[in-house]
Design a protein around this ligand. Structure first.
Ligand code: F0G
Length: 356
């Protein structure tokens, strides 16, 4: 009982943080598991479909789960600066947790290829934002080299504490559902998150808290789908900039999660991703960013095809909030905007015409 104080507090006995250590937290975790009603009724084929709405974390993405543990460890281990490459969300989260901890954050982002909300967060929280003329994979290579020689802690998901924090999302799913789902569907970019969920499910399974583990299903954007292709993609492209990644760092872990769980990888094009984003927004009132929506695009496709068996319990992770990427949202819906004179007559006509 008592006031919620973040995921380290809640799951401390399963995390590498001692009782007497200082915790850097913004109250992350404890995100809602929302049952889809309208969408499941229409497309569900008897499946119970839930979304784990990670956009409701403090900086608007699941990265906060990993960052609270990575920054807590960095600070307790004496680090004064953190470093990451990012498609946007990791940099926003790193910037916020570094501000909270009173240390510095250096973030490398692909010039012009990150969503506006994420850039706003990184600069507002006072990170040193370095835009590179290259993509995420270029940035990742550079920060790995820098962290090997400079006194900075790398907080990308190659930092094992990131995955430790992110595994708590699987704990929450089980703690909420009272069981593991039959399928857990996730967007896959750098491949840390699918690996972290699998760790979490395996840990609960080993401790006898769940009878069986879910099949892990990873969905990618068609233009950035190394797991579907079977190897790195040199020039990844997708509207879902968060997962515009061609050379995922957690390749082995994610591949093992898919194989050991009996899951699979699949890819969907930008049109399908944006259609799923709109469907969630219009039919369920849930606004996620494009990269997140690929999990629902994929799940609905695989339910329709029967690859996900009818009547299953399915959880899709919605990794980031829709407000992260206002440009994509407005460009999709711009046709719906209308402007009329500020008169009772004009406004009444605009409403009455729609009520019929
Ligand atoms: N969804 C969103 C919204 C993301 O920001 C990311 C990754 C993913 C999915 C994929 O997760 O990398 O663990 O497979 N974003 C990273 C970043 C790369 O820099 O913010 P993953």
């Amino acid at each position: 009982g008592g006031r919620y104080a973040g995921l380290i507090h809640r799951y401390r006995d399963r995390l590498p943080v001692a009782d007497d250590e200082r915790v850097i937290s913004l109250g992350e975790g404890a995100t809602p598991l929302i049952r889809l009603g309208n969408i499941a009724r229409e497309y569900g084929r008897g499946c119970d479909i839930y979304v784990k709405y990670e956009g409701l974390n403090p900086t608007g993405s699941f990265k906060d789960r990993g960052m609270t543990v990575a920054v807590t460890r960095a600070v307790n281990d004496g680090s004064r600066a953190i470093l990451c490459a990012s498609t946007g969300n990791t940099s926003a989260s790193a910037a916020a947790y570094a501000a909270r901890a009173g240390i510095r954050a250096f973030v490398l982002i692909p010039d012009g290829k990150i969503a506006l909300g994420k850039l706003a967060q990184a600069v507002m929280h006072g990170a040193e934002v370095i835009q590179i003329r290259g993509n995420f994979d270029d940035g990742m290579r550079l920060v790995r080299e820098l962290a090997a020689t400079e006194p900075v802690t790398l907080v990308n998901s190659v930092n094992p504490y990131r995955l430790q924090g992110q595994k708590t999302a699987a704990f929450e799913v089980v703690d909420d559902l009272g069981r593991a789902p039959d399928y857990h569907c996730l967007p896959v970019g750098n491949a840390g998150n699918i690996s972290a969920y699998w760790m979490g499910y395996c840990e609960y399974h080993a401790d006898g808290l769940i009878a069986r583990r879910p099949r892990m299903v990873g969905y990618q954007a068609a233009g950035a789908a190394p797991f579907v292709r079977g190897g790195p993609v040199a020039r990844p492209e997708t509207v879902a900039t968060a997962i515009r990644i061609g050379n995922p760092q957690s390749w082995d872990k994610a591949k093992a999660a898919q194989e050991d769980s009996g899951g699979w990888f699949a890819a969907f094009d930008d049109e399908a991703i944006l259609a799923a984003q709109r469907l969630l927004a219009e039919r369920e009132g849930i606004f996620c960013e494009p990269a997140s929506a690929v999990s629902v695009a994929g799940a609905l496709h695989d339910i329709a095809e029967g690859r996900i068996r009818p009547g299953s319990v399915v959880v899709c992770t919605l990794t980031g909030h829709g407000l992260k990427d206002p440009d994509i949202a407005v460009s999709q819906a711009a046709g719906r905007l209308r402007t009329v004179d500020a008169t009772l007559e004009a406004v009444r006509e605009a409403i009455v015409g729609q009520l019929a």
